[in-house]
Design a protein around this ligand. Sequence first.
Ligand code: ATP
Ligand code: MG
Length: 496
Amino acid sequence: MPSYIVTVSGEIPLRSSRTRPRFYRRLIENIRDAVSREGGKVIEAEIVESKIYLRTDKEVAPAISRVFGVHRVGTVLTYEFRDLSDLAKWAAENSRDLVAGKTFAVRVKRSGNHPFTSLDVAREVGTLLKPYSRGVDLESPEVKVELEVRGERVFLYRNLVEGPGGLPIGVEGRGIVLFSGGFDSPIAAWLIAKRGVQVDFLHFILGSSWASYLAFKVASKLSSEWLYGYRPRFIVVDFRRIVEEIVKKIEWSMRQVVLRALMYKTAMMVAELKGYDAIITGESIGQASSQTLKNIEAIEAVLKPTKPILRPLVGFDKEEIIALSRKIGLYELSAKVPEACAIAPSRVETKASPEELSRELDKLDPELVNQTVNSLIDLDLLESRPEDVIPGSDLEIEFLPENALVVDARNWRGIEDNALPGSIPLSKFNPEEIPKDKTIVVVCENGSISLIVAGLLREKGLKAYSLKNGLVGLKSSDSLSALKGEAFGCNSNRGE
Ligand code: ATP
Ligand code: MG
């Protein structure tokens, strides 16, 4: 059974005696959750001199190394020694494989009374290991053999890997992240979660549900790999009517600022409704023309936020954000998320005044935001599917979800010989045999017949959609399975 040692972030042991036990308790709970998501179990957890010793029923170091509050994690072997030479022999035998063909250094910590020093231990073990290695290098070894002598026991730490540091999620309250899934907002979420805040996600559908489908996938990866100790939620608010209203009533230059103001307003309502302590965004000063200090000032002056708005990326360059995105494993997915269609392609106001913003906001129907919030969808990220973000009222869809069943309605009069590979021809499709929660996408040449068919299937209680605009964009060489979960038609990816 594997045993692990976890060293915790340096700041945790320094907390007051009142706070410390709570932080350790939460950290251990989060580690238990990380292990259980890997299908394992923590059998024993013990705090010894600020470190956590764990026994688990399977190998789980990679998962533990992604728990916030963990400084380092490694496997640990332990032995009750008789004397220095016995200790050194055991340590060398158990680390020979680590140093093979590499330069190494032995590092020793010692507590208790012994007739030898830490340096004596390092020297003895080093001498025994040297013949198996490429030599000792105390300055920058390829491998460190780390030993701790405590009383009559010696501990050997192997394969130590760095954790993310930070504080255990849950010790600092709850926050809601305005989440688009692009490069910025996931990093903002990660950084705030790293400070112990339990984060959930708030996503606005601004245009194509394809962007929202991908945003869910980014949040889902972030949650399952980094957010432990709770079940993160993905709240979806359909903003398309608001975007339409803005385009109809607001002049070009103010549209971005008005949209942002309404996003904040909605976030504040959601925060009040669901008890969040803070709102988090991926804004960085000057990154987009709407994200100027003046615009932020105008929005806050008009809205008077009732919750703190946290912007952990304010001082980050795009390069730094992208490097972090790669490091935490979200780059590939975030790169696919299309930029929201610009509602104001040029001449964006960079110095909105509160009066001007207030005047523009007054042009909009005040009930619109309330109605929008009332119809929010609140999903469990670990359980839901990305297509669950699509509002139930949408009958058309712009892409093929990965696990959708495709029904080819082109030859609906019964000629089924050349149905698309990977699809079922409509004539062979039996609605009675399909589970009610299976996602079905009906396709035809231009999206008209498929719309009728999808409507009929909805009446039978099935989760059916019609592929918008049909297969006009499909090349004969495209295979359906390759198109699933990929951009379809005119949606383009964001590059770097
Ligand atoms: P990102 O990389 O996070 O998409 P961005 O550089 O594209 O950010 P903007 O599109 O101006 O910048 O968005 C700034 C911030 O506004 C985002 O980081 C996010 O917090 C929030 N935001 C933008 N679009 C949405 C959306 N569709 N749903 C929820 N929040 C959003
Ligand atoms: Mg964006």
